[in-house]
Design a binder for this molecule. Structure first.
Ligand code: NAD
Length: 496
């Protein structure tokens, strides 16, 4: 392992100041409190494997107390003027922007991504707060004459009620902001459960929202090492009215089953297996740029990460060579070191899974163009990898890799590429590169995904409806659609 992976003492000391500022407690009913029995869990720096700090670790009883607080606050919160709710989000947006660097350091420290990417995520998260501060005052209704002229149809929107929001570790701030923002805008109270690997970003955001004037009980945060034991009773409780989950399809299926008992409103942002198609007429340099972004952002630990590259055989050698050159040149190391472009994976389990998928593909005959294995030493590093000649039976074509590994496959017939792209249970996002508008439109109409990047390796935008189809889930976050997930319709038939 190169010395650049170790991190200098002074840089580590500087960023640890960010950890000190975060409340390491549960937020229940407007109070920061220790977990029952004083339980705590450790938060680790994935670049070194070292414990950064300890945080309150809620047992099931604390979860129930959080839901009780949310349920109690709901009626009054729903009566707040939309403009006042929006102003809280606006103030929180301003504070997040003002503290951007500090929040980015915190994120890098607990999650591992390079500082430049953390800065990008803080801005992305802040933009959700801004977007929904504006949406709070645009909750509309409808009033119409019935077709037979015999009555009036009045349609209004109201908050769904207390929400349960569960977020993953890979985008620890943005995944929270894009649920909390619309819930606040719509007038819902909530219990938020962040991933136990990355609770600090969420605790920091909760602190910001509290200071921005959020009333007690509207936002409750429960960090726990026992996700299932804490959340299942809340999902089955009856006081919660909605569950919004971002995480793996496997866990999403379990939670959707639990939520069926109380018929909760559901938003499920689940796993992906994004195809990245490069047609023969594509601008290969632009496709390579897009490929690096779609694959290597977040070290490949993104639901939107390109999972497999379907490249026209006529440009495959050129694409493979240029992609390999770029990926080989990427600097790997702790995200808080200057110039690092690829951080560690989140933990040893994730790294072992990526290694297993690469070994499987190589064992079946895939050619390693660069990388190919884990990097020894402290921290959970995996070498950025490009594989060519990947056989169709390789597991990494079917499973979400969640690591810095780019498998390349060739095609001759464009229709064959579209069929291959859709050959997955997932349907979150696809990417396509072509200079031919007709081909782009024809292809995107056939792709079974909730989102498509056309000559672009990044689709996320707070103003757009983010979400998937098939096993990638349902519901949308962001855009005009995002707030609808937190609103119920009421229709009144009025005799007049
Ligand atoms: P995960 O499903 O293991 O965990 C997600 C969250 O659910 C965490 O907070 C975890 O503690 C919690 N959880 C786990 N088991 C639970 C249970 N039984 N009951 C209640 N909560 C439980 O996923 P992860 O490894 O944290 O995140 C990676 C996954 O998230 C990937 O599959 C990725 O594609 C997906 N993801 C999807 C999107 C999207 O918008 N579609 C965005 C980011 C990540």
């Amino acid at each position: 392992m190169s010395s650049s992976l170790r991190g200098s003492r002074s840089s580590v000391a500087a960023i640890e100041a960010a950890v000190a500022a975060v409340p390491k407690l549960l937020l229940i009913g407007g109070e920061w409190r220790a977990a029952a029995g004083g339980r705590e869990l450790g938060v680790e720096d994935p670049a070194t494997g070292r414990e950064l700090c300890r945080v309150a670790d809620a047992p099931p009883g604390d979860g129930v107390a959080a839901l009780a607080a949310a349920a109690e606050a709901q009626a009054e919160w729903a009566r707040w003027a939309p403009r006042r709710r929006g102003e809280i989000l606006r103030r929180a947006y301003e504070e997040v922007v003002a503290r951007r660097e500090e929040l980015a350091r915190l994120m890098t420290l607990e999650m591992g991504k390079p500082l430049a990417e953390s800065l990008g995520e803080v801005s992305y998260a802040a933009d959700f707060l801004l977007w929904f501060s504006e949406e709070a005052v645009r909750i509309g209704g409808d009033y119409a004459l019935a077709p037979d002229g015999g009555s009036r149809l009045l349609v209004s929107r109201r908050p769904v009620g207390p929400c349960l929001l569960i977020t993953p570790w890979n985008f620890p701030l943005a995944m929270g902001a894009r649920k909390i923002g619309p819930a606040i805008a719509a007038g819902c109270t909530m219990v938020v459960k962040p991933a136990s690997q990355t609770p600090l970003s969420m605790l920091a955001l909760a602190d910001v929202l509290e200071r921005a004037g959020l009333p007690a009980g509207v936002l409750n945060v429960v960090v726990t090492s026992e996700s299932g034991a804490v959340m299942e009773p809340l999902i089955r409780d009856g006081r919660a009215r909605k569950l919004s989950f971002t995480g793996s399809t496997e866990v999403g299926r379990v939670l959707a089953g639990q939520a069926s008992e109380q018929l909760l409103r559901l938003s499920m942002e689940l796993g992906g297996n994004a195809p990245f198609i490069v047609f023969a007429d594509a601008d290969v340099d632009a496709a390579v740029e897009g490929a690096v972004l779609a694959k290597m952002r977040n070290g490949g630990e993104a639901c939107t990460a390109a999972n497999r590259f379907h490249v026209a055989n006529s440009v495959r050698a050129e694409f493979g060579e240029k992609l390999t050159a770029k990926i080989r040149a990427m600097r790997v190391g702790p995200g808080y070191e200057e110039g690092v472009e690829v951080g560690p994976l989140i933990d040893a389990t994730q790294r072992a899974k990526v290694a297993e998928l690469v070994d499987d593909a190589v064992g079946l005959g895939a050619e390693v163009l660069t990388g190919g294995g884990a990097i020894d030493g402290p921290g959970h590093f995996f070498a950025p990898t490009v594989l060519d000649e990947v056989p169709p039976s390789a597991r990494l074509l079917d499973e979400e890799i969640f690591g810095p590994v780019a498998p390349v496959l060739g095609f001759d017939d464009p229709e064959e590429a579209i069929v291959a792209a859709n050959r997955t249970e997932y349907g979150l996002v696809a990417y396509l590169y072509t200079r031919d508008l007709d081909r782009a439109l024809g292809t995107l109409e056939k792709l079974q995904t909730g989102m498509v990047g056309v000559n672009r390796g990044l689709v996320s935008n707070p103003a757009a409806p983010f979400g998937g189809v098939k096993a990638s889930g349902y519901g949308r976050e962001g855009g005009g659609e995002g707030i609808e997930e937190y609103l119920d319709l009421q229709y009144a038939a009025i005799a007049r």
